[in-house]
Design a protein around this ligand. Sequence first.
Ligand code: 5RP
Length: 227
Amino acid sequence: MKTNKQYIELSKKTAAERAVEFIEDGMILGLGTGSTAEYAIKKIAEKKLNIVAVPTSRRTEKLAKKLRIPLAKMDEYREIDMDIDGADEVDPEFNLIKGGGGAHTREKRIAERSKKFIVVVDHTKLVKKLGNFPVPVEVEPSRKEFVEEKLRELDGIPRLREDFITDNGNIIIDTRFDIENPRELEEKLNSIPGVIENGVFSKRKPEIIIVGYGTEVKILKRKNESR
Ligand code: 5RP
């Protein structure tokens, strides 16, 4: 009998490993960050797939290097064939919150440049409405107070992520919002001076979401393929 935690872990692994089956020979592949994406990374290494990977964080880069996956630099390829990444929340319209691992800025840049974006999650990440998970906002350290004030003006409840500096040398302010319109929020947050990027993904949504339920998966495909 599996505990709930074990079942969630199995669900992450099943979803991530299913995504690896979408990889084609010779692809330039975005490698996401987080515990779910890491199952995909380990599978790619195990299968010794012929790909070149663009990591979305130092954490992912370190793991991929250790597993001897060929790596490219962030800006080496203008176009990436496919990106596999996790998420913290997924709504029915395929809007996401990402950045629980603090890597959302690079994750978004890589997803934007990818022809296909596949998100892998366990079933607990599916929500009716985004917002139970606070939105990670990457901020220039010197603008902390100013940005916090602006976040409050947007009815957010900001909270500094303690003892955390992003790969880009910035801070993260995790901010709770009642999110009615993810697109509007994504734009408003990025228009605050000092904000580098936020974890709402409503412009670059995934084409495919693979949801793990124990050893089973559900593959959700976005109907409108235009970005
Ligand atoms: C990192 C992310 C992760 O993809 C997200 O936090 C999900 O992580 P996990 O798979 O460990 O639950 O956005 O910045």
